[in-house]
Design a protein around this ligand. Sequence first.
Ligand code: ADP
Ligand code: MG
Length: 491
Amino acid sequence: MQELFYIKLQELNQYYIKIIILVSAIILMLLSWSIYNEYEHKKISALEHAKNTFEKDMMFREWVASHGGVYVPPTDRTPPNPYLSHIPNRDLITTTGKKLTLMNPAYTLKQLMTEYKGMYGAKGRITSLNLLNPKNKANEWEVKALQIFEKKKQLEFHEFLKKDNKEYIYYMHALVTEESCLKCHLHQGYKVGDIRGGVSIVIPMEKYNRDFYNTIKDIFLIYIVVYLIVVFGIRYTHKILKLSILEQEKLYVENQKKEEIMLAQSRNAAMGEMISMIAHQWRQPISVIAMWANNITADVDMETLNKEDCKKYADNIVAQTKHLSQTIDDFRNFFRPDKSKETILIKDVMEDCLSVIEKSLQNNNILIERNYENFIEVNIYSRELMQVFINIIKNAKEALIDNKIKNAKITIKIYEDDYSVISEIRDNALGIKPEVIGKIFDPYFTTKGVKSGTGLGLYMSKTIVEKHLNGTIEVKNIDDGVSFVITIPKK
Ligand SMILES: Nc1ncnc2c1ncn2[C@@H]1O[C@H](COP(=O)(O)OP(=O)(O)O)[C@@H](O)[C@H]1O
Ligand SMILES: [Mg+2]
């Protein structure tokens, strides 16, 4: 039985390890998922930044294009654009004599991009595979992007690349020819809708990577705290459950000990009862032996001892001693501990029991009536059942004597139904008071006072019947006494 607690503890430990592994796996998964999300978020933000930069540039370009270009005073910084020399009104002089030169969208944008490049992180460039201005020549990556636009008819392309150990997002958006572009680019053979080139934007990833690592640090910290809390929680629960199992085991062992003590006490009580029964059984043969021995002494004293008389006395003494030793055998049988089950008729168990107890019943003028209809043997610890029968019959005897019942009688009926062998023991000792009958199987419950009662007989009987014989024991009052019914299953 204690193995059960050991198994329970082992099971608990296994659960504990499994749960820790499961929780660790889940938290690790969530952590990876969060990191992956942050990583994606970093890339999306950088791409968003690049797109915004492009859109801002386009808005500005659009604004310039919507005016058909803008005129600014020509300076070293903004000389007349040689690529616009084919435009009739490239250079103007106002009525007040101020000189102005035309800036087309590409020219304005290029100036904006070169002069303010990197101001807000992003660097942009307009480029094409078919150039007006050779300074706008596409680099290797831009050529690749432009070729992709031409081949796959897509308008955007981006990549994250390392250059000199630093990471950048390279973004390019195609420039599609519109009506307003043809003013400058018509001579290159473009039509509306053609991809004419692209705006490339390069943004260093440093800030995004820094943000990413900072967020990851925070996430790690939070996950570690959560993990520790969860693991401590599980550990704590495990500890409490373990303690409760150990506590249960302790209680179980204590109960076991208590039960053993009670069993020993009730065996002692039964032993006392036996000894008093042996005394009853031996009283008569011993007095007979004494009588024959007296006869021998008297004959010797009177010198009348002859051979025949002597032999007769001796034979009688031997016969009585045989009876004595038979009684001892009976009792020894009763006290022999049950090591293994035997297959036996319950009525035989009852007869064995009566053979030791009947004499003391007869001495108290108690009649025993037997009524056996028992043919099926059962496999049981027969000594234990005998102890139960003795306890019940002894109680009946005590009640009959205490209540000074005339025509005192114990009726024993053993019969069978489909599943069980039923033993009923009745007496006519006036029954048990109703307020007491519910307690008689409780340990240490007695109405006989501490001197004559232990209160263990019926408690032990119930324990034996229910736990060792898998049966039931019931009590009820009948007209003039009590009926105990013991049901033992056939299988
Ligand atoms: N046949 C009976 N008639 C009347 N009372 C009984 C009978 N059998 C048991 N009892 C009651 O049940 C109580 C408990 O019995 P038991 O457990 O054998 O303890 P004890 O005999 O030591 O008192 C007895 O004290 C008695 O009051
Ligand atoms: Mg008793």
